[in-house]
Design a protein around this ligand. Structure first.
Ligand code: PTT
Ligand code: SF4
Length: 608
């Protein structure tokens, strides 16, 4: 078999045993790799009803067939587990040399189960693995710990690690790499912490399994060239995702005051144009020729790498009008290993709860010192920080019905940085994303704003399913960065061609769409298996967008229509082959070779 190693490494931290598991070719063809492979491994290896922070949860680090190979923006790796934030399927994607090294170390994925009594890290090198003590690393932030690991093992390694937030099992702790790449929003870092696993360190030097290296070289050369020749290339490398601040404000979707509004009069204080003036460096992921990691000096003169989501959630959403200060909080979040989106959302929620007198503590909008203190207290679960470390869904439940309406999450995952009062398609994207409210599966908002933005049309729902299958299905499973396609228009046709060159199996878009449909239905089955009493309400965005209209900007007075949202949701279910409650039909499961889920689901819900 080419394209995959055909085996994964399983490390059990309770027994301290490691073993190789061989997987058959069918598994790879059906699930591709990355997210698809992780979803299948979690279904098989995590017992139903497992507490995500218990030793029974599994933590998956997975490459896809294209990850870490010499082709555009391929240096990405998936991290996945049952999420402690949502109790459902959770994953994230980060750019790291770990992807390059795993591709050369002989495994398609590393799966960690059990839990160690004392802090450890796992060291993998060319088909061998060791569990090593990490008492000295425990307690260090991600920058310090990565430096210490590099000192020990040299620079030629890939490191994925957690900071204090992961160690203290903050429900939205992430996994960090290379001082500024962070992934696993739904608390994948907390699961790593629950296993007392500080880091996964990988060194690989074997020849990666590629069916047709000459064809791969030719296609990659063309694709790299096409990226630099794109009209948007220069602007992209100047601003990266930061150009979205101005775009979002212009289009009334910039999250402002805990998603109350879509415009902010101070948006220029956090804009991409300002970032360009402060920029001191550009960084990126391995094999990328359109690097978007914009580094500025923060409030205290240290380097911080900015992206749109970080800046919107820690800027406009909590009314902090100063890019250098936002940059400092962002850098702190990377050092602590905590997700910036959920951080900005939980702080925004606490500010609103304080304003409404629902909590005793006074937390003023935009109060920099308090925001800074809270970021640290959350990471160490100290004082009020311990409450915020639980995420907005759990915080709101204790505060009553009013608070539930402004708790900005779907299925427990805090919403990423797009206000949807005037974007029904994006609201549906959040409602139906595989991990809770994240934009990665379908960024339909740019299409929506360009076309018929207020419509709840069936065309929009079709577009949404297409985007989910490409972004959440194909890119997350290949696993490579999607931005060459999204931002500089790299032709999508390259991907089946690259996949064919690497695996030696002929792939069409139809094959990729079928695999994506399978992955979405399997992930849905996982959610249903882990949530008793599943119904369509799980796919609703927060009440705020239906009940509390915008009060500012060109669309003041606008809000979502719940009846029309419901119609879109029903159509979405039909396109996926799911019933009126969002449960896959028996015939869908059979058609997609997911019959193994039927006996489990039959015991929980009525399968139609
Ligand atoms: C991603 C989410 C995003 S999406 C951002 S900014 W974005 C936030 N980044 C954080 C950060 O930084 N530090 C931190 N402590 N928390 C953070 N939380 C937020 O996490 C990222 C880029 C970006 S920047 C985006 S859109 C694209 N995302 C991709 C994706 O999801 N899949 C894919 N195949 N390609 C992608 N390319 C782009 O990657 P999560 P990264 Mg990220 C510092 O992890 O959990 O998926 O959440 O990985 O290497 O930092 O690259 O405007
Ligand atoms: Fe990484 Fe940005 Fe390049 Fe994507 S475009 S691979 S996120 S540097």
């Amino acid at each position: 078999m080419k394209g995959w190693w055909g085996k994964i490494l399983h490390v059990d931290l309770t027994s301290r045993k490691t073993r190789e598991i061989n997987l058959d070719a069918k598994m790879y063809v059906e699930y591709i790799g990355g997210r698809g492979l992780a979803a299948r491994l979690l279904w098989d290896m995590v017992p139903q009803g497992t507490d995500p922070l218990s030793p029974y949860n599994a933590l998956v680090f997975a490459n896809g067939p294209l990850s870490g190979l010499p082709l555009p923006s391929s240096g990405k790796i998936q991290v996945a587990c049952k999420s402690p934030l949502t109790n459902g399927y959770g994953d994230g994607n980060l750019g790291s040399m770990a992807s390059y090294h795993l591709k050369r170390a002989g495994y398609d994925a590393v799966v960690v189960t059990g839990a160690s009594k004392n802090p450890v890290y796992i060291y993998v090198e060319n088909n061998k693995a060791e569990i090593l003590p990490a008492e000295d690393l425990w307690g260090m932030n991600t920058y310090e710990a990565e430096d210490a690991i590099v000192k020990r093992h040299g620079k030629n390694i890939g490191v994925l690690l957690i900071g204090p937030a992961g160690e203290n099992m903050v429900r939205y702790a992430t996994i960090v790499s290379q001082k500024g790449r962070s992934g696993g929003r739904p608390g994948v870092g907390a699961v790593m912490g629950s296993k007392k696993l500080k880091a996964l360190v990988i060194k690989g030097s074997m020849e990666p399994p590629v069916a047709n290296p000459e064809e791969l070289r030719k296609l990659s050369e063309e694709a790299y060239k096409s990226i630099t020749q794109s009209d948007n290339y220069d602007y992209w490398v100047r601003q990266g995702t930061m150009s979205t601040i101005v775009w979002s404000n212009q289009n009334s979707v910039l999250p402002t005051m805990n998603f109350r509004e879509g415009v902010w009069e101070h948006y220029e204080t956090i804009s991409g144009d300002l970032m360009e003036k402060l920029k001191v460096e550009r960084r990126g992921c391995p094999y990328c020729n359109m690097q978007c990691g914009n580094v500025v000096n923060d409030e205290i003169g240290e380097k911080s790498e900015l992206d749109y989501e970080n800046v919107a959630m820690l800027g406009s959403n909590i009314l902090l009008p100063d890019l250098k200060r936002v940059a400092e909080i962002n850098k702190l979040a990377d050092m602590m290993g905590v997700d910036t989106i959920s951080l900005g959302s939980t702080i925004g929620f606490a500010m609103e709860a304080s304003e409404k007198g629902l909590i005793h503590e006074r937390i003023e909008w935009g109060d920099y010192r308090t925001i800074r203190e809270l970021t640290i207290d959350i990471s160490y679960r100290r004082g009020l920080g311990a409450f915020l470390a639980e995420g907005v869904m759990r915080m709101s439940r204790g505060l009553g019905k009013e608070a539930v309406e402004f708790a900005m999450h779907v299925k427990g995952l805090e919403i990423s940085a797009y206000n949807c009062h005037t974007a029904p398609g994006m609201a549906l994207a959040y409602g139906t994303s595989s991990i809770g409210a994240h934009h990665k599966d379908a960024w339909i908002i740019s299409y929506e704003v360009r076309t018929d933005r207020f419509s709840y049309s069936s065309e929009k729902v079709e577009r949404l399913v297409f985007l989910q299958n490409i972004r959440g299905g194909m890119f997350e499973s290949l696993t490579t960065c999607r931005l060459p396609w999204v931002e500089v228009g790299l032709n999508l046709e390259y991907y089946p061609k690259l996949l064919t060159a690497v695996t030696g199996i002929s792939w069409s878009f139809d094959d990729i769409h079928t695999a994506a449909q399978r992955i979405y239905s399997l992930i849905r089955a996982f959610w249903i298996r882990e949530h008793a009493g599943w119904d369509r309400m799980m796919d609703y965005p927060p009440a705020r967008w239906f009940k509390h209209p915008l009060t500012k900007g060109p669309f003041a007075g606008a809000k979502l229509d719940i009846v029309k949202y419901d119609e879109m949701l029903s159509q979405y279910y039909k396109l996926r082959g799911w019933d009126e409650n969002g449960i896959p039909l028996r015939s869908t499961l059979e058609k997609l070779n997911l019959s193994f889920t039927i006996p489990v689901l039959e015991n929980l819900v009525e399968l139609k």
